[in-house]
Write a protein that binds this ligand. Sequence first.
Ligand SMILES: [Zn+2]
Length: 486
Amino acid sequence: MAVLASILGIFIILLLVRTYLFSRKMGVLGGEPASVAGIDGARAAESLSRAIQFRTVSHADYDQFDYGEFEKFLDYLVDRYPLMTSTCHPFRINDYSVLYRWKGTDSSLPPLLLLGHYDVVPVEKGTEGSWEQEPFGGAISGGELWGRGSLDMKVQVISHLEAAEQLLREGFTPRRDIWFSYNFDEEQRGSRGATGAMEYFRKEGIRFDSLFDEGGCIVQGAMPGVDPPLAIIGLAEKGCANFRIRVRGTGGHSSMPPRSTALGKLSRIIADLEGNPMPARLTPPVRQMLKATGPEMSFPIRLALANLFPFRPLILKIFSASPTTNAMIRTSFSATMCRSGDAPNVLPLVAEGVINCRPLPGDSVQDALDHLHKIARKTCPGEDYEIDILLGDDASALSPHETDSFEKIKATINRYYPQALVSPYLMMGGSDSSKFTPVCDNIYRFMPILINKEQLDRMHNSNERISLENITRSVGFFRDFIQNYH
Ligand SMILES: [Zn+2]
């Protein structure tokens, strides 16, 4: 008994020591943010306002693009950034994507790639009236710039170009080459724009030191219990797959039904899928996020996060409770579409459903499909069903965060947002950046803007807008980042 008590005592001391070591706050620097005195914020806001006025809306059907607007947008960049044009000689890829190369003093070094997209999602029909300003007007009002693309992501494209144009005016030359890649179909999964740009680089044998794309930003109130704003840098993104399940029925009159119709069977498969998720797991970016934010949290949570081994099941249980955190720890499935039957009194011959799936890094589309088959076989043994893959993109590769390039992003964040806690994270949505895995290992997804959850929810939504302060800081950030990326 005495032996057991002393082992337990040592175990508890060990947990507490690990919690104490874990509790030392290291992430937030504090102090004054870097000055944006040299940044012409009014010019940057005007540039973005004009950029928003081009209706560069992308559609699933490439024939529906209004390519005249894309053409006008690219012409606008030529006029607005004459030094970038004359120094970097922009050229087109697949007609509407554009590449700029800013030659450095040492082109033998692996270059940096600044990535962006200038297509935007449409304003959903019927929601026009809910906008307080014209979605494509680029109005500046109440200290904010309004319009579709102001956040996602014309602000980043304009910030790169404003920063680079200003540096060129001052006679700056980077050490390594810097490439700028602006694509036109990111919102449609980038099968022409980003894919075409990546193929160009692969063919030319260009491998990048690092790539910087949209993704996380500096979010106030992102995590309960964490006071400082959180600067989250995406190291990986979940995959995306669409599965179509077709279940066959007998047909006939509905007055003499079998035990289950095709629609009934499909419904049971969906209900069982919801009740039997794939196993939960803490992937490296999520573990790193917990490590970065844990010291800010209350003692019981710190105790659990500092000692993952015994507390892992509890942490996974807590994460499973909310849709946001649940999506971080497992491959998710959501039934999004369903079609069956033509008349109320006829048994349907077939029921068809679409399941959208987001594979976690480490689970493949095939793993998700196997899970779905297992559920369907168990729910409807011996039944006639089939599953097709309509879309099957695996999760992206995982970028390392213990690299010089990650530290360079972190150092610039520390200068501009010294009050922020920098943390890696796993992106739930997709971006063009994952297309570049064949030409870059260090892919980081981040927008240097300070924003809260409510403002973030305006992305792809009505009243998308950005504060003028964020525009100025974003230009300052990229100016600093380019200057210090040796
Ligand atoms: Zn975007």
